[in-house]
Design a protein around this ligand. Structure first.
Ligand SMILES: Cc1ncc(COP(=O)(O)O)c(C=O)c1O
Length: 396
C-alpha cells in the first residue's frame, strides 16, 4: 500500500490518478487538467518535452547509473562545467545529491565544517521564521513551520528571525561568534506561505555575513530557475553556498546540487584527510539526471525563459492584482508565482475538487491558494487558472 505524503491516511481523499501528461496538462480518465503548480514547482518545461525525453533515452542507451565514488562520467562533468558558467560569481564547486532536502543538509554540513576545519566552534544556524527547507532532520530544524513538523519541535541549534532588518542586525549583534551560517529561501518563502520580502534584507544580510565571516546560504530549490522573476536571486546578492533542486532537471528526475564558492571549498582543500567533506549519496550525479538537466538549461537559455516569466508576471498582475473579496487577506505576486491568502483556511475547503471539475489541478494548503505554473503555459491557459480562482470566490 502507498503511504502518501503530508496526509492523515485514515481520512485522506483519494488522489487523482494520472494516466498521461503532456505540455501543461495532466490527464485522468475523465479530465484534462492544467497543472497550475508544476508538480510541486519543478515541471518548468511542461510534461513530455520531446528534447528532454530524448536526452534521457540517449543516456539510458549508454548507461543509466554509475556511482561518483572513484568514478566519473561525461554528463556530470558537462553539467558541473555548465553550472560553473551559468551561475553567478565564484559559485564553482558542485556537490550533487538526489533531493532538495539532502542538498540542504549538505549545505549545513559544509557551513559547520567550514568552521571546525579552521578550529572554530560555531554551532548555531540563523534562519527565517516561516522557513521551509525540506523534511530531513537538520532541514526540519532550520525550518520553522509548526504546520508541517509539529511532531518535531526541537530547535536548539537554530535562531529564527523575521524578514526585518532590525531583527537581522540584532541577531548578528547577539550571536555572531556562534553562528556558522544564515540560511534563507531568498525573496520568496514557499511552503511557509508564499511570503515575499524585499531584496534590501538580503543585501544587509550579505554585509553582516561578510563582517562576521558567517556563511550565507541561499536555498533556491524553489526559487531557482526564474520563479521570482530573476534567473536566480543569487544574481542579485551573491551567497557563499547555493542550493538548487526541483527545476534543475525540469522535474524529470529527482536531483539537486549544493554549489560552494572558492572560500568554502578552500577550507576543505588540504593534505589532511580529516578536513574532507564526508558525504556521498548513492545516486549523486546520476547520469540520466545530469543529461536531462543539461538539456533543460540549454532550453531555458535558448527559448529565453526569463522573458516568458516576465510575461507570466504581467498577465498575472493584470488578472489578479486588483481582485478582492472579504475572505481574501492579500494577493501576492512575484515572477511566476501568485498567492491568494485567505483569512480562514475553511474558505478553501473544497477548492481542489471545484478546480478539478473546471479543468485545473490545484493544491491549496493552509490559508493559501496559489499558482506556480510551467513556463510553457499559454495566456489562455494561464487566464483559465485565474478565472477558476475568481469563480470560487464568486460562486461560493
Ligand atoms: C525551499 C525548499 N528547500 C528544500 C526543499 C526540499 O526539496 P525536496 O522535496 O526535493 O527534498 C523544498 C521542497 O519543497 C523547498 O521548497
Amino acid at each position: 500500500m502507498i503511504w502518501y505524503p503530508y496526509e492523515q491516511m485514515k481520512t485522506m481523499k483519494a488522489p487523482y490518478k494520472i494516466l498521461d501528461a503532456e505540455g501543461v496538462h495532466l490527464y485522468t480518465k475523465d479530465q484534462k487538467l492544467i497543472d497550475s503548480i508544476s508538480s510541486w514547482w519543478c515541471m518548468i518545461h511542461g510534461y513530455k518535452h520531446p528534447e528532454l525525453t530524448e536526452a534521457i533515452k540517449e543516456q539510458a542507451d549508454r548507461f543509466c547509473h554509475v556511482m561518483l565514488g572513484g568514478l566519473t562520467h561525461e554528463p556530470v562533468e558537462k553539467l558541473s562545467a555548465k553550472l560553473q558558467e551559468f551561475l553567478p560569481g565564484d559559485l564553482d564547486y558542485c556537490f550533487f545529491s538526489d533531493s532538495g532536502s539532502v542538498a540542504v543538509e549538505v549545505s549545513l554540513k559544509m557551513a559547520l565544517q567550514y568552521n571546525t576545519n579552521q578550529g572554530r566552534k560555531r554551532p548555531l544556524v540563523l534562519a527565517l521564521e516561516h522557513a521551509y527547507h525540506g523534511d530531513t532532520f537538520k532541514a526540519m530544524e532550520v525550518g520553522d513551520d509548526e504546520d508541517y513538523h509539529f511532531a518535531f519541535d526541537k530547535k536548539e541549534g537554530v535562531v529564527h528571525i523575521p524578514t526585518e532588518i532590525p531583527a537581522l542586525e540584532e541577531a548578528f549583534e547577539q550571536y555572531h561568534d556562534r553562528l556558522n551560517c544564515f540560511i534563507v529561501e531568498p525573496l520568496l518563502q514557499g511552503a511557509g506561505g508564499m511570503r515575499m520580502y524585499d531584496i534590501s534584507f538580503l543585501k544587509r544580510a550579505r554585509e553582516l555575513c561578510d563582517q562576521y565571516d558567517v556563511l550565507l546560504i541561499f536555498d533556491e530549490v524553489a526559487t531557482g530557475f526564474g520563479r521570482t522573476g530573476n534567473r536566480f536571486v543569487a544574481d542579485l546578492v551573491l551567497p557563499d553556498i547555493l542550493v538548487l533542486g526541483k527545476a534543475l532537471t525540469g522535474g524529470y528526475i529527482g536531483h539537486a546540487v549544493t554549489v560552494a564558492n572558492h572560500k568554502v571549498f578552500d577550507a576543505f582543500y588540504s593534505d589532511d584527510d580529516r578536513l574532507a567533506l564526508m558525504h556521498g549519496p548513492t545516486f549523486m550525479g546520476n547520469p540520466l539526471a545530469c543529461a536531462v538537466a543539461l538539456k533543460g538549461i540549454e532550453i531555458f537559455e535558448r527559448e529565453d525563459y526569463m522573458s516568458k516569466i516576465r510575461h507570466i508576471e504581467q498577465v498575472s498582475r493584470g488578472e489578479m492584482e486588483a481582485f478582492t473579496d472579504p475572505r481574501i487577506k492579500e494577493v501576492r505576486i512575484m515572477g511566476g508565482c501568485v498567492c491568494v491568502e485567505v483569512h480562514d483556511s475553511r474558505n478553501l475547503e473544497g477548492f481542489q475538487q471545484f478546480a478539478y471539475e473546471r479543468g485545473v489541478f490545484s493544491r491549496p494548503f493552509l490559508n493559501y491558494m496559489y499558482s506556480m505554473v510551467p513556463y510553457v503555459i499559454s495566456d489562455e491557459e494561464l487566464i483559465r487558472i485565474f478565472d477558476v480562482m475568481k469563480e470560487w470566490f464568486r460562486e461560493k
